[in-house]
Design a protein around this ligand. Structure first.
Ligand code: BMA
Length: 381
């Protein structure tokens, strides 16, 4: 009898331990050589996302509406007194060896901002509006067969490797105070379910897209030795599980499943909330099944015309869904090319500024101060 009880306890202990290990394993990032800061970022974002969402802003420290490169300035900070928790940057044109990105942000300054963001304990995410390597056109040149030309044996394969070398050099130059690499949520080939970039679903086959994704990540990891990356897969509008599965490149090369969606034109708040939630809920099911992080990598309403947009639209979109971060796009200000004001975050005096203050005090939304307290680059014991 005693022996039986002993066996029973031993058996139960094994069950608990195996449950624990599978749990820990399920929450680890896709690169088994990831640096400890990167693993910590993954695990902390994963667990925080069950209750909290980090707020992010593109190009936040570089410029805002009616200002550029003023040290310590940020439109978000001017409204609520603290920086965002996530900083988004874009490295489009880095591949060409240019000194500035496609929106005129100097890469040297960008590196400085990224180091500063890491020092503050906040999170860095990078997208890449890379030119079309087949035609020399922009990211928006959807010439078919571009993706095929980048793959092994393709006419632009060597050129593309050179572009990735430049990306790798940039990322290797991002280090913290102790020489450790700064973890980056890398979001290449974004909005691939759209039809406006050369890597989108209208311009390449599922096999080509998956091969491009895998080649890119393998090259950065294995050839260039980068192990500070969390890979962010990013859809535009997403209809169904079947559509998602068709281009999913694999659990070993994806850490975050994310989407972009903007409120536009005459879409009502209710319509936008319903559509965004439907898509997020679809991705929630997939990310929970795969133990990946879920994110709303880009959203917003250009020039935020609704003074309650934050509390009456964005909060209802996020409610009850484990979204790790939500990022609004850049505060360019007046845009000559479109003749419109192009910005997505409020600034002092903007119609939605008061509502944004309210939004920022919501316990489930994190800005700089709350994320810093969490030490997200340290593994919890
Ligand atoms: C778009 C706009 C463009 C910009 C691009 C890359 O959505 O903001 O003006 O060039 O993103 O940042």
């Amino acid at each position: 009898m005693k022996k039986c009880i002993g066996n029973f306890f031993f058996f139960s202990l094994c069950l608990v331990l195996s449950g624990m290990t599978s749990c820990v394993k399920a929450q680890s990032c896709s690169d088994d050589k990831a640096t400890s800061e990167t693993r910590a970022l993954y695990e902390n974002l994963y667990s925080l996302s069950k209750n909290f969402t980090l707020f992010g802003h593109q190009d936040d420290m570089a410029y805002g509406v009616n200002w550029k490169y003023q040290e310590g300035r940020s439109d978000i900070k001017s409204v609520i007194g603290e920086y965002p928790a996530v900083f988004g940057w874009d490295i489009g044109h880095l591949e060409l060896g240019k000194k500035e990105n496609l929106d005129g942000v100097p890469f040297d300054k960008m590196k400085g901002f990224i180091r500063e963001a890491y020092r503050r304990g906040t999170v860095v995410t990078i997208s890449w509006h890379l030119n079309n390597p087949l035609t020399g056109g922009s990211a928006w040149d959807t010439t078919h067969l571009t993706v095929k030309s980048l793959l092994e044996g393709g006419s632009r394969h060597i050129l593309f490797k050179g572009w990735l070398d430049r990306v790798a050099d940039f990322l290797k130059d991002l280090k913290g105070a102790h020489g450790e690499y700064i973890p980056v949520l890398l979001r290449p080939f974004h909005e691939y379910t759209g039809n406006w970039f050369w890597w989108c679903q209208n311009a390449c086959t599922p096999q080509e897209f998956k091969a491009l994704w895998k080649f890119t990540i393998d090259y950065l990891r294995e050839e260039k030795g980068l192990h500070q990356l969390l890979m962010v897969l990013n859809t535009a509008h997403i209809e169904s599980r079947q559509q998602f599965d068709l281009r999913y490149p694999g659990d070993d090369v994806v850490d975050v499943i994310s989407m972009d969606t903007y409120q536009q034109g005459k879409t009502t708040n209710t319509e936008f909330i319903q559509s965004a939630r439907k898509q997020l809920q679809l991705l929630q099911v997939i990310s929970e099944e795969k133990k990946k992080i879920l994110a709303l990598a880009e959203t917003g309403f250009e020039s935020v015309p609704d003074k309650k947009w934050w509390s009456e639209v964005l909060l209802p979109v996020l409610r009850g869904i484990p979204v790790a971060w939500v990022l609004v796009w850049r505060n360019h200000g007046y845009q000559e090319s479109t003749g419109k004001m192009h910005y997505y975050a409020p600034y002092p005096g903007q119609v939605s500024a008061d509502d944004f203050k309210f939004f920022s005090s919501t316990p489930s939304i994190f800005f700089e101060n709350k994320i810093r307290e969490r030490n997200i680059y340290r593994l919890s014991k």
